[in-house]
Design a protein around this ligand. Sequence first.
Ligand code: ATP
Length: 232
Amino acid sequence: MSAALVVENLGVRYGGVTALRDVSLSVDEGQILTVLGANGAGKTSMLRGISGLVSSTGTVTHHGRTLGRLDAAARARAGLGHVLEGRHVFPDLTVRENLHLGSLLSPKPAEGVERALALLPELEEMAGRKAGRLSGGQQQMLAIARAISGSPSVLLLDEPTNGLAPMLVQRTIDVIGAIQELGVAVLLVEQRVEVAQALGSEVLVLQRGEVVGTAHGTDDDLEDRIHTAYLA
Ligand code: ATP
């Protein structure tokens, strides 16, 4: 398997605040890498640095191509999907219109919408409803579906289970597994250890902007190790 995303020595600063320092990682096609870390560990900054929403130092390589000079829109068009934290959908547009907009990033937009609806068929029955009328959980699903409609080869997911009821957490886990099966490289940021465990993914632990450990979702002592890192 080849690396879809390679990040080397990524750094993000906001004025005098260093949010991320020297983070390196790699995600293969069809692989999930979960980055676990407490509030403020730098997870969101890491994803924003990769997708070009904030400026960063270091190198981001997508299927062998260095993205350094590309802005966020160009990175998205190149196949880097990013689901931001907090259900960003267009509230006044319908579900279908949201998917259609997302699909414009895809070389074949109609196929993009079909792919998203195949992944999340529950959205079909609400296709004509305004996104702002959906529940928080449904909006989160739509945000993921919209990213998938753009046919990304790499998907960055920022705490997709945050604030969801347990049933929807499980649904989100299943959907992420299905996205992996499509061959997409998934870089998932989470606070919930159980998501990495359920996915059986590779794990990086981020603390105060730095990678402090690697693990695997199937490790017996994962929870202890993560909690030690969170509390340190
Ligand atoms: P959370 O789980 O709360 O989203 P996080 O792990 O995603 O946290 P970041 O949001 O990346 O962490 O924040 C990392 C650090 O950078 C924190 O110390 C935060 O206060 C700081 N930070 C984030 N955004 C900004 C900003 N726009 N300006 C200044 N400092 C910021």
